[in-house]
Design a protein. Structure first.
Length: 288
């Protein structure tokens, strides 16, 4: 049934006021998420270029991307810090997530801002080619070969042994650092501002929808390398910091989801008569 015109107007004004309040909260939460991301980026970038010791002395370096580093650090192209770069393949697969006894191949979405998500993978067909050399394992450093210019060369470190047998895809590299550097430190470096500047420069000449970086690109990127013991300290520091950021992101996204559900439920209830707005009055601000 359609409510009388005067009640329709009441419903409209009610929803206009209540939904606008929810929308304001949504905007504030989205702004909070963006601020958290900026803060997270700043924390990573500072730690992998300046370290976490406030009393350290610095030396100037002649580089386009970095002006000074702690005295004990070195700056060099990545080719001198990694021993091998591997690229996976593209075996035939479907869109189902592989079960524990299946074999899968990862999607580029499995690699995101330092975190590895093995459920972002596809089940291989029974007759697909399988190469055990490309199975992902604990301790692997993964870098996406292709994506949009903003997301290409995203990196993650595989902290735990995957629950499934999952292969590298042709759009993901596996980097094997040498004894100079820890894999997880390279991962954090790849997420930093100074490294993203280098990545975007190499990705710029590619398609704006799908940019790619080559192995030679990766080898040419300049990286800061602290002594191993300091790398371990930075890894521990950033791991704790990022875990806290993830907790805050999760809380913010849950609230955003709740607000959107509340918004939809409020609209539905108002237009179906489940909320009686006949005696509702706008607040002083809206009435004015």
């Amino acid at each position: 049934p359609i409510p009388p015109c005067n009640e329709q107007i009441k419903i409209y004004n009610f929803l206009k006021q209540e939904v606008s309040l929810i929308d304001e909260l949504l905007v504030k939460q989205e702004q909070l998420v963006n601020l958290l991301r900026e803060k997270q980026q700043a924390v990573i970038s500072h730690a992998v270029t300046k370290g976490i010791n406030p009393d350290v002395k610095f030396k100037n370096v002649s580089g386009q991307w970095i002006d000074a580093v702690p005295n004990a650090w070195r700056v060099m192209p990545l080719r001198y810090a990694i021993s091998k770069i591997e690229q996976g393949s593209s075996p035939l697969s479907d869109n189902n997530i592989p079960e524990s006894n299946d074999i899968g191949v990862i999607k580029i979405s499995a690699v995101k801002k330092g975190l590895f998500n093995e459920t972002e993978s596809k089940k291989l067909f029974a007759d697909s080619d399988f190469d055990a050399r490309y199975i992902i394992k604990k301790g692997d450093l993964l870098v996406t070969r292709g994506n949009t210019p903003e997301l290409v060369a995203d990196a993650c470190y595989v902290k735990e042994e995957p629950q499934r047998k999952i292969m590298l895809s042709d759009l993901v590299y596996r980097l094997s650092p040498n004894k100079k550097v820890k894999a997880q430190f390279v991962c954090f470096a790849l997420l930093s501002d100074y490294m993203r500047h280098q990545i975007k420069l190499d990705a710029r000449g590619s398609s704006m929808t799908m940019a790619k970086v080559s192995q030679e690109h990766i080898k040419s990127w300049v990286i800061t390398i602290p002594p191993i013991n300091e790398q371990v300290e930075i890894i521990d520091f950033l791991s704790k910091q990022l875990a806290e950021f993830e907790r805050l992101f999760d809380a913010a996204h849950k609230l955003i989801h709740h607000l959107k559900e509340r918004r939809s439920a409020l609209i539905s209830a108002a237009v179906t008569g489940k909320i009686d707005v006949r005696n509702w009055q706008p607040n002083a601000k809206d009435a004015a």
